[in-house]
Design a protein around this ligand. Structure first.
Ligand code: UDP
Ligand code: MG
Length: 161
């Protein structure tokens, strides 16, 4: 029984989920992926990336005018992130529920941020806030790979420094 398959195509949404550098460094990748899998959503893509500054700025461009923007860009580019596409009925809103409130201190226990994080500036995971942004951000994450390849700046996590 695969819940994501029991739906008409119009109902199926895509969302972009990104495990932020703190989630990767704290060893929470499996824990976070597992929550989306157990819920019944379908993993459609997954990449480990070092996010270049200009693409972090593009991803968060709506927050450009905020005072925390420079810190947010430093955070997102501070280490590898895990970029994922997830698919399913209602996946955009449901993923936001699984993730919990932006400030982990306000996030309910049982949510990713509620269980695993304390600070807004280290809240372990990103999830698209609308179906349109879900599609846009997944496209962005593929463009990201191409741009990285073109610039030969792809940093492999397993490369010894
Ligand atoms: N953020 C921050 N300080 C704030 C608000 C947001 O550092 O006061 C960071 C936080 O990491 C958050 C990200 O900026 O996840 C994007 O903010 P948004 O309001 O889109 O929150 P989200 O959609 O991630 O819950
Ligand atoms: Mg957001």
């Amino acid at each position: 029984f695969l819940p994501h398959l029991v739906a008409s195509m119009e109902e199926v949404e895509q969302t972009y989920i990104m495990i932020k550098p703190d989630g990767v460094q704290r060893g929470l990748v499996g824990e976070i992926i597992s929550r989306f899998e157990r819920k019944g959503f379908k993993l459609t893509g997954l990449k480990l990336f070092q996010c270049p500054k200009e693409l972090a700025e593009e991803h968060y461009k709506d927050l450009q005018s905020k005072t925390f923007f420079p810190k947010l860009i430093d955070y997102i580019t501070s280490g590898p992130v895990v970029c994922m596409g997830w698919e399913g009925v209602g996946v955009v809103a449901s993923a936001r529920k699984l993730i919990g409130a932006t400030n982990p201190l306000n996030a309910e226990p049982g949510t990713i941020r509620g269980d695993l994080a304390v600070q807004t500036g280290r809240n372990v995971v990103h999830g698209s806030d609308s179906p349109d942004n879900g599609k846009r951000e997944i496209v962005w994450s593929s463009a990201f790979e191409l741009l990285l390849d073109m610039n030969e700046t792809y940093i492999r996590i397993f490369t010894e420094s």
